[in-house]
Design a protein around this ligand. Structure first.
Ligand SMILES: [Zn+2]
Length: 269
Protein backbone atom coordinates (compact mmCIF):
# COMPACT_ATOMS: atom_id res chain seq x y z
CA UNK A 1 0.00 0.00 0.00
CA UNK A 2 1.18 3.49 -0.52
CA UNK A 3 0.60 6.44 1.69
CA UNK A 4 1.06 10.11 1.19
CA UNK A 5 3.77 11.55 3.40
CA UNK A 6 2.53 12.14 6.91
CA UNK A 7 2.75 15.62 8.36
CA UNK A 8 4.58 16.23 11.59
CA UNK A 9 7.94 15.35 13.02
CA UNK A 10 8.47 12.35 10.74
CA UNK A 11 8.97 14.72 7.84
CA UNK A 12 11.21 17.14 9.63
CA UNK A 13 14.89 17.13 9.03
CA UNK A 14 16.02 15.58 12.27
CA UNK A 15 19.47 14.46 13.18
CA UNK A 16 19.77 11.49 15.47
CA UNK A 17 22.67 13.02 17.32
CA UNK A 18 20.53 15.91 18.40
CA UNK A 19 17.65 13.60 19.25
CA UNK A 20 19.82 11.47 21.48
CA UNK A 21 21.47 14.42 23.14
CA UNK A 22 18.06 15.79 24.07
CA UNK A 23 16.77 12.50 25.47
CA UNK A 24 15.23 13.48 28.79
CA UNK A 25 14.37 10.18 30.43
CA UNK A 26 17.51 8.07 30.60
CA UNK A 27 17.05 4.73 32.30
CA UNK A 28 19.33 1.75 32.29
CA UNK A 29 22.19 2.96 30.16
CA UNK A 30 24.02 -0.36 30.09
CA UNK A 31 24.10 -0.42 26.32
CA UNK A 32 26.31 1.73 24.17
CA UNK A 33 24.58 3.59 21.38
CA UNK A 34 25.77 2.81 17.85
CA UNK A 35 27.71 5.49 15.99
CA UNK A 36 25.52 8.50 15.37
CA UNK A 37 24.21 8.83 11.85
CA UNK A 38 24.23 12.34 10.44
CA UNK A 39 21.52 11.25 8.04
CA UNK A 40 18.42 13.42 7.71
CA UNK A 41 15.08 11.67 7.99
CA UNK A 42 13.83 10.73 4.56
CA UNK A 43 11.40 7.89 5.14
CA UNK A 44 7.84 9.02 5.73
CA UNK A 45 5.95 7.55 8.63
CA UNK A 46 3.42 4.91 7.69
CA UNK A 47 -0.19 6.10 7.86
CA UNK A 48 -0.30 5.19 11.50
CA UNK A 49 -3.32 4.92 13.78
CA UNK A 50 -2.46 6.26 17.20
CA UNK A 51 -3.64 5.02 20.55
CA UNK A 52 -6.31 7.69 20.50
CA UNK A 53 -7.67 6.19 17.28
CA UNK A 54 -8.22 2.78 18.86
CA UNK A 55 -9.27 4.27 22.19
CA UNK A 56 -6.43 2.77 24.20
CA UNK A 57 -6.66 2.53 27.96
CA UNK A 58 -4.25 4.53 30.09
CA UNK A 59 -1.25 2.46 31.26
CA UNK A 60 -1.47 1.34 34.87
CA UNK A 61 2.07 2.68 35.50
CA UNK A 62 4.30 5.02 33.52
CA UNK A 63 5.99 3.44 30.52
CA UNK A 64 9.77 3.61 30.53
CA UNK A 65 11.71 5.35 27.77
CA UNK A 66 15.41 4.78 27.15
CA UNK A 67 17.61 7.30 25.38
CA UNK A 68 19.46 4.43 23.71
CA UNK A 69 17.88 3.21 20.47
CA UNK A 70 17.02 -0.49 20.05
CA UNK A 71 19.55 -2.76 18.39
CA UNK A 72 16.98 -5.09 16.81
CA UNK A 73 13.50 -4.93 15.31
CA UNK A 74 11.53 -8.05 16.24
CA UNK A 75 8.79 -9.48 14.02
CA UNK A 76 5.98 -11.34 15.81
CA UNK A 77 2.66 -12.88 14.95
CA UNK A 78 -0.30 -12.27 17.22
CA UNK A 79 -1.33 -15.95 17.40
CA UNK A 80 -4.89 -14.91 16.60
CA UNK A 81 -7.15 -16.03 13.77
CA UNK A 82 -6.21 -15.26 10.17
CA UNK A 83 -9.21 -13.00 9.82
CA UNK A 84 -10.75 -12.14 6.47
CA UNK A 85 -11.98 -8.85 7.90
CA UNK A 86 -9.46 -6.33 6.58
CA UNK A 87 -11.34 -3.24 7.71
CA UNK A 88 -9.88 -0.48 9.83
CA UNK A 89 -12.61 -1.09 12.40
CA UNK A 90 -11.42 -4.67 12.80
CA UNK A 91 -7.81 -3.51 13.14
CA UNK A 92 -8.66 -1.00 15.86
CA UNK A 93 -10.69 -3.64 17.69
CA UNK A 94 -7.71 -6.00 17.48
CA UNK A 95 -5.53 -3.43 19.21
CA UNK A 96 -8.08 -3.07 21.99
CA UNK A 97 -8.41 -6.83 22.45
CA UNK A 98 -4.63 -7.30 22.65
CA UNK A 99 -4.32 -4.50 25.19
CA UNK A 100 -7.11 -5.96 27.31
CA UNK A 101 -5.43 -9.36 27.27
CA UNK A 102 -2.01 -7.95 28.15
CA UNK A 103 -3.30 -5.76 30.96
CA UNK A 104 -6.11 -7.88 32.42
CA UNK A 105 -4.80 -11.42 31.91
CA UNK A 106 -1.03 -10.94 31.75
CA UNK A 107 -0.99 -8.15 34.32
CA UNK A 108 1.28 -5.81 32.36
CA UNK A 109 1.13 -2.04 32.62
CA UNK A 110 0.01 -1.67 28.98
CA UNK A 111 -0.06 -3.46 25.65
CA UNK A 112 3.28 -5.24 25.22
CA UNK A 113 4.43 -4.39 21.70
CA UNK A 114 5.27 -1.00 20.24
CA UNK A 115 3.46 -1.47 16.91
CA UNK A 116 0.70 -3.67 15.49
CA UNK A 117 -0.14 -4.38 11.84
CA UNK A 118 -3.45 -5.93 10.78
CA UNK A 119 -4.09 -8.30 7.90
CA UNK A 120 -5.67 -5.37 6.11
CA UNK A 121 -2.36 -3.50 6.30
CA UNK A 122 -3.44 -1.02 8.96
CA UNK A 123 -0.58 0.06 11.25
CA UNK A 124 -1.36 0.88 14.88
CA UNK A 125 0.66 2.42 17.65
CA UNK A 126 1.00 -0.07 20.51
CA UNK A 127 2.51 0.75 23.89
CA UNK A 128 2.11 4.26 25.23
CA UNK A 129 4.83 6.68 24.07
CA UNK A 130 5.94 4.33 21.28
CA UNK A 131 5.34 6.82 18.50
CA UNK A 132 6.99 9.88 20.09
CA UNK A 133 9.93 7.68 21.08
CA UNK A 134 10.47 6.51 17.50
CA UNK A 135 10.23 10.08 16.25
CA UNK A 136 13.00 11.22 18.59
CA UNK A 137 15.22 8.13 18.22
CA UNK A 138 14.63 6.85 21.75
CA UNK A 139 12.98 3.64 22.85
CA UNK A 140 9.74 3.04 24.66
CA UNK A 141 10.40 -0.22 26.53
CA UNK A 142 7.84 -2.88 25.73
CA UNK A 143 7.08 -6.41 26.89
CA UNK A 144 7.44 -8.75 23.93
CA UNK A 145 10.83 -10.57 23.97
CA UNK A 146 11.99 -12.13 27.21
CA UNK A 147 15.29 -10.69 28.50
CA UNK A 148 15.70 -8.38 25.51
CA UNK A 149 12.95 -5.84 25.96
CA UNK A 150 15.34 -2.96 26.60
CA UNK A 151 17.21 -3.49 23.32
CA UNK A 152 14.39 -4.39 20.92
CA UNK A 153 11.29 -2.88 19.36
CA UNK A 154 8.46 -5.29 18.52
CA UNK A 155 5.93 -5.42 15.70
CA UNK A 156 2.91 -7.70 16.21
CA UNK A 157 1.49 -8.91 12.90
CA UNK A 158 -2.10 -10.09 13.02
CA UNK A 159 -2.53 -13.79 12.41
CA UNK A 160 -0.87 -17.16 12.91
CA UNK A 161 1.80 -17.91 10.33
CA UNK A 162 2.83 -21.46 11.08
CA UNK A 163 1.40 -22.70 7.78
CA UNK A 164 0.25 -19.82 5.60
CA UNK A 165 1.66 -16.51 4.39
CA UNK A 166 0.38 -13.16 5.61
CA UNK A 167 -1.70 -11.04 3.26
CA UNK A 168 0.08 -8.88 0.72
CA UNK A 169 -1.36 -5.80 2.41
CA UNK A 170 0.20 -6.81 5.72
CA UNK A 171 3.60 -7.49 4.16
CA UNK A 172 3.58 -4.20 2.24
CA UNK A 173 2.74 -2.29 5.41
CA UNK A 174 5.37 -4.24 7.33
CA UNK A 175 8.10 -3.35 4.81
CA UNK A 176 7.08 0.29 4.94
CA UNK A 177 7.20 0.18 8.75
CA UNK A 178 10.54 -1.63 8.84
CA UNK A 179 12.13 0.93 6.52
CA UNK A 180 10.80 3.75 8.69
CA UNK A 181 12.21 2.14 11.84
CA UNK A 182 15.59 1.33 10.27
CA UNK A 183 15.97 4.93 9.19
CA UNK A 184 14.71 6.34 12.48
CA UNK A 185 17.15 4.28 14.53
CA UNK A 186 20.07 4.10 12.10
CA UNK A 187 19.74 0.33 11.76
CA UNK A 188 20.83 -1.95 8.95
CA UNK A 189 17.99 -4.25 7.78
CA UNK A 190 20.06 -7.16 9.08
CA UNK A 191 18.83 -6.00 12.50
CA UNK A 192 15.34 -7.30 11.56
CA UNK A 193 14.83 -10.62 13.35
CA UNK A 194 12.06 -12.93 14.52
CA UNK A 195 10.96 -13.52 18.09
CA UNK A 196 12.34 -17.07 17.86
CA UNK A 197 15.84 -15.68 17.30
CA UNK A 198 15.80 -14.59 20.96
CA UNK A 199 13.39 -16.92 22.76
CA UNK A 200 12.28 -20.56 22.52
CA UNK A 201 9.09 -20.03 20.52
CA UNK A 202 7.71 -20.66 17.07
CA UNK A 203 6.76 -16.98 16.79
CA UNK A 204 6.42 -15.42 14.21
CA UNK A 205 5.51 -18.79 12.69
CA UNK A 206 7.54 -20.92 10.32
CA UNK A 207 6.21 -19.23 7.20
CA UNK A 208 6.62 -15.60 8.27
CA UNK A 209 9.99 -16.43 9.82
CA UNK A 210 11.06 -17.86 6.46
CA UNK A 211 10.13 -14.56 4.83
CA UNK A 212 12.61 -12.53 6.92
CA UNK A 213 15.35 -12.54 4.23
CA UNK A 214 12.79 -11.20 1.73
CA UNK A 215 11.66 -8.59 4.25
CA UNK A 216 15.25 -7.48 4.84
CA UNK A 217 15.88 -7.25 1.10
CA UNK A 218 12.72 -5.26 0.44
CA UNK A 219 13.47 -2.95 3.35
CA UNK A 220 16.99 -2.34 2.04
CA UNK A 221 15.46 -1.59 -1.35
CA UNK A 222 13.24 1.10 0.14
CA UNK A 223 16.12 2.66 2.07
CA UNK A 224 18.37 2.71 -0.99
CA UNK A 225 15.61 4.10 -3.20
CA UNK A 226 15.13 6.95 -0.73
CA UNK A 227 18.86 7.64 -0.55
CA UNK A 228 19.20 6.73 3.11
CA UNK A 229 22.74 6.04 4.25
CA UNK A 230 22.53 2.51 5.64
CA UNK A 231 25.10 1.76 8.33
CA UNK A 232 26.90 -1.58 8.40
CA UNK A 233 25.23 -4.14 10.62
CA UNK A 234 26.76 -4.17 14.07
CA UNK A 235 25.96 -6.15 17.16
CA UNK A 236 28.42 -4.45 19.42
CA UNK A 237 26.91 -5.71 22.67
CA UNK A 238 26.99 -9.53 22.80
CA UNK A 239 24.34 -9.50 25.53
CA UNK A 240 21.99 -7.82 23.09
CA UNK A 241 22.63 -10.23 20.22
CA UNK A 242 20.12 -12.93 19.23
CA UNK A 243 20.64 -16.28 20.95
CA UNK A 244 18.81 -18.52 18.43
CA UNK A 245 17.37 -21.05 20.91
CA UNK A 246 15.69 -24.21 19.67
CA UNK A 247 12.03 -24.00 18.68
CA UNK A 248 9.97 -25.92 21.25
CA UNK A 249 7.98 -28.97 20.17
CA UNK A 250 5.18 -28.15 22.56
CA UNK A 251 4.45 -24.47 22.01
CA UNK A 252 1.21 -23.68 23.85
CA UNK A 253 -1.62 -23.20 21.39
CA UNK A 254 -4.05 -20.52 22.40
CA UNK A 255 -5.03 -17.08 21.23
CA UNK A 256 -2.44 -14.37 21.87
CA UNK A 257 0.28 -16.84 22.90
CA UNK A 258 3.53 -16.27 21.04
CA UNK A 259 6.25 -17.37 23.38
CA UNK A 260 8.21 -15.90 26.28
CA UNK A 261 7.98 -12.13 26.61
CA UNK A 262 9.34 -11.41 30.09
CA UNK A 263 12.43 -12.70 31.84
CA UNK A 264 14.56 -11.99 34.89
CA UNK A 265 16.68 -9.50 32.94
CA UNK A 266 13.70 -7.34 31.97
CA UNK A 267 12.98 -3.99 33.51
CA UNK A 268 9.61 -3.85 31.77
CA UNK A 269 6.27 -5.29 32.72
ZN1 LIG B 1 6.35 -13.20 19.45
Amino acid sequence: MSHSPAPGPGRRTVFRGAALASGAAVLGGAFAAPPLQASPVRIAEPALHTRAAWNARTPSSPVQVLATPPTNIVVHHTATANSDDHSLEHALALSRSIQNFHMDTQGWIDVGQQLTISRGGHVMEGRNRALPAIREGSQCVGTHVANHNNTTIGIENEGTYTGVEPTGALIDALVETLAWLCQAYGLNPDAIVGHRDFNATECPGEVLYGMLPELRNRTMGVLEAEGVQVPPHSQADPDAAPTYPAVPDDEPDHTFHHGPVRGPDDISR
